[in-house]
Ligand binder design. Structure first.
Ligand SMILES: NC(=O)c1ccc[n+]([C@@H]2O[C@H](COP(=O)([O-])OP(=O)(O)OC[C@H]3O[C@@H](n4cnc5c(N)ncnc54)[C@H](OP(=O)(O)O)[C@@H]3O)[C@@H](O)[C@H]2O)c1
Ligand SMILES: [Zn+2]
Length: 343
C-alpha cells in the first residue's frame, strides 16, 4: 500500500510516498479502513518539524483526520459492515486506567493521537480498534474527513469544559482556520453570539460570504478595544485561544468578570508573561484541552449529522503525492478552512 512515511523530522522534503506490504492479519476487535480522505491539521506540521516537547517516535505515518470505507473486520465486530463509510476517533487510551474507564481518554497517561503518536491516514489503508469508529453518511465524505481533530477539540473546549450556551458571547481567534472555523460553526449551532477575529480583510470577506452571522474583527493593535466596543465595554463570556504567545494577554483582557478562557494551542509560541491580577481580579476560569474524549467525538458527530450546514469548509483537495504542497499551503497560512489529501 502507498503511504507517506516520515523517517526524520525536518523540512517538507522529509514527506515521501513509499510502497509497503500490508499486514493482512486483523485482531478480532479491529477493522481495516480504505482511507478516502485525510485532512491536514497544524499538528501535522508540529510532527514533521519535531521538537514539540512531546515524546515522538519515528518512522511515523502522519494524518489524524480520516474518513473511509470498511474493507475488512475482525471476528468480534458485529455492529459494522464491510462497505460502510466511517469516521475515526483519532485517539487511543490504554483502556483500563481511571481516566479511560471514566470516559476521559485524553487524560490517560498513555493517550496516543493517531497520526502523531501512532500511524495515521496519509496512507491507502489504516487498521483501528472498532471502538474508535463511527458510521457516517457516504455523502460529503470529504467534509466529514475534516471534522475530527478540529471539531472534537472545539467541542471539548467550548461545550464540555466552558459550558458554552446561547446567552454567551464568544471570541474566537483565527476564526477561518481549521480549529477556529469548527469553533465558530459549533457556537453558531448552539446559538451563542460569536465574534470572530481574523488576520485579513479577505478572511473577513470569506466569513461573510460563507454565511457567518456573527461580528468580525480584523486583528490590529486595537483588537482588545474593538472587542470592548462591541460589548458595551463589558468584555466577553468566553475566549477560544489557540494562538498562544501573541494572544494570551489580550485574551485575558477581553474577558468579562467571571469569564472563561478555553485554551488549546501555541501557534505563535509557548512562553509569555502574564499579569496575574486579571485571573483573580476578574475571577476567570482557564481550561486546557488536548483534543477531546470519545464522548466529545460522538456528541459532535451527532450534532453535525443534524446540522450538515455546519460541516467544515474545504479549501483545497490534493493527491497523496502532493503532500509537500499541502504542508506548504498550511505553513503559508493564507488558507481558510481545511486542506485535504485525497487518497
Ligand atoms: N489542543 C489541541 O488538541 C489542538 C487541536 C487542534 C489544533 N490545535 C492547535 O491550534 C492551532 C490552530 O490549529 P489549526 O489546525 O486550526 O491551524 P490553521 O488552520 O493553520 O489555523 C491557524 C490559525 O492561527 C491564526 N493565527 C496565526 N498567527 C496568528 C497571530 N499572530 N494572531 C492571531 N491569530 C493567528 C490564523 O488566523 P488569522 O491569520 O486569520 O488571524 C489561523 O486561522 C495550532 O497551534 C494547533 O496545534 C490544538
Ligand atoms: Zn488509560
Amino acid at each position: 500500500m502507498r503511504s507517506v512515511i516520515l523517517e526524520e523530522h525536518g523540512s517538507i522534503e522529509q514527506l515521501k510516498v513509499s510502497t509497503t506490504s500490508q499486514n493482512n492479519l486483523l485482531k478480532e476487535d479491529e477493522i481495516r479502513v480504505r482511507v478516502k480522505y485525510c485532512a491536514l491539521n497544524h499538528l501535522d506540521l508540529w510532527l514533521r518539524r519535531g521538537g514539540t516537547g512531546d515524546k515522538l517516535s519515528l518512522p511515523r505515518v502522519p494524518g489524524s483526520d480520516i474518513a473511509g470505507l470498511i474493507v475488512d473486520k475482525g471476528s468480534a465486530v458485529g455492529h459494522l459492515n464491510v462497505g460502510e463509510a466511517v469516521l475515526i476517533y483519532p485517539g487511543l487510551g490504554c483502556g483500563y486506567c481511571k481516566a479511560c474507564l471514566g470516559g476521559r481518554e485524553s487524560q490517560c497517561h498513555e493517550f496516543k493521537v493517531v497520526g502523531y503518536n501512532i500511524d495515521g491516514g496519509y496512507s491507502e489503508f489504516i487498521t483501528v480498534n472498532m471502538k474508535q469508529v463511527v458510521e457516517i453518511p457516504e455523502d460529503n465524505l470529504e467534509k466529514w474527513a475534516a471534522v475530527p481533530i478540529s471539531y472534537i477539540t472545539a467541542w471539548n473546549a467550548l461545550v464540555t469544559k466552558s459550558k458554552l450556551n446561547a446567552n454567551d458571547t464568544l471570541v474566537i481567534w483565527g476564526a477561518t482556520g481549521g480549529l477556529g472555523f469548527a469553533a465558530a460553526s459549533i457556537a453558531q449551532g448552539i446559538g451563542a453570539k460569536v465574534i470572530g477575529i481574523v488576520g485579513s480583510e479577505e478572511k473577513a470577506e470569506f466569513l461573510n460570504h460563507y454565511g457567518f452571522s456573527g461580528e468580525i474583527v480584523v486583528r490590529s493593535d486595537s483588537v482588545v478595544k474593538d472587542i470592548r466596543n462591541l460589548t458595551a465595554n463589558e468584555g466577553v463570556d468566553v475566549v477560544l485561544d489557540h494562538v498562544g504567545k501573541q494572544t494570551w494577554s489580550k485574551s485575558l483582557k477581553m474577558l468579562k468578570t467571571g469569564g472563561r478562557l478555553a485554551f488549546c494551542g501555541v501557534t505563535t509560541g509557548p512562553k509569555t508573561e502574564t499579569d496575574l491580577r486579571y485571573i483573580f481580579g476578574k475571577q476567570l476560569t482557564i481550561t486546557g484541552s488536548w483534543m477531546g474524549n470519545q464522548s466529545d467525538f460522538i456528541e459532535v458527530v451527532e450534532f453535525l449529522k443534524m446540522r450538515l450546514n455546519l460541516l467544515p469548509y474545504i479549501y483545497q483537495v490534493l493527491n497523496l503525492e502532493d503532500v509537500g504542497e499541502a504542508h506548504s499551503l498550511m505553513e503559508r497560512g493564507d488558507h481558510v478552512g481545511k486542506i485535504l489529501l485525497k487518497i
